[in-house]
Design a protein around this ligand. Sequence first.
Ligand code: MRU
Length: 362
Amino acid sequence: MSEDKKKSIMDYDTVALDEENHALVIIDQTKLPYNTEILSLTKQEDIWSAIYLLQVRGAPAIGVAAAIGIYLAAREIEASDFEEFYQKFRKAKDYLDSARPTAVNLSWALKRMEGIVLDNKDKPVAEIVEELHKEAVKIREEDIWVCKTIGEYGLTLVNPGDGLLTHCNAGQLATVKYGTATAPMYLGQERGYHFRIFSDETRPLLQGARLTSFELKESGLDVTVICDNMSASVMRKGWVNAVFVGCDRVAANGDTANKIGTSMVALAAKRYGVPMYICAPTSTIDLNTPTGKEIHIEERPASEVVEMWYEKPMAPEGVKVFNPAFDVTDHDLIAGIVTEYGIAREPYSESLKEIFRRKQEA
Ligand code: MRU
């Protein structure tokens, strides 16, 4: 058995910068859990496609990939002055930003990188590119602290032996380390909490079955995969003490977009008195979006729904398909939004602002 085959998925970087080869390095998540294929991407078109095709996915990981991607683009820009550099930078930024619409981390990371360009406009282009390099590395490193801190706050909401349910993958594979919704699970495991975790399979692309159950199992956690239509049933049995999910965008009033099916879990959780917590780095909170109604929900190809498991399509040829990748959970179904600066509670229009105040003061 080669060294590589002995490695666990947790030993690989979800998203990283290869400094020597000037490449974005990711695990191709469309191939998991059966094949661990590492992609080394240098071309902007390939980075765009990797985000669009969900080879790298999950809001924080998309943000980190975009930061590294735009730094790599900036390295290639030939410009005789700042104006020319900035124009080309903006073009590259808009291109990457168009890969997926819902996860605000994509535009958040790109705007942060643009801020670096503007703050350093009086410097030679080579120095601006070096500042972009430093910022991309910083965004990646910060993600580790952010997720771990979310985990610490999340852990205060549960007890040893609890049953926890999650939807989609807001795990290490969606971030640099720890994940967001999985961070309390990993930290709890380190401290002997012995959680029992239910992972919704998450149709249509099965991020829960393929990715969440995979990484939790590889890490030795007690995880059970259930079909999406089973979460109400396990809650009714009293097996779930709390739901932890990630998110792609939190609006100013606390409405939250996450993987399609999350709102169904929230409705069931409310019915059965199970608190539903949204784990959200501040990079995913968008105070410029007033409510969930204004969140742009990505629609993806019909093939994801009907052409997956069998040799032939799973539905009649030409049938109409609706395939929204995300849905909005109304804020009144959410027991708390767990961030790296504390836990926001109703009224979210106030508590989310307070979270940003704490961030500014930190
Ligand atoms: O389409 P995906 O796989 O990118 O969707 C991912 C999710 O919905 C995650 O729950 C969300 O991005 C949070 S990841 C910490």
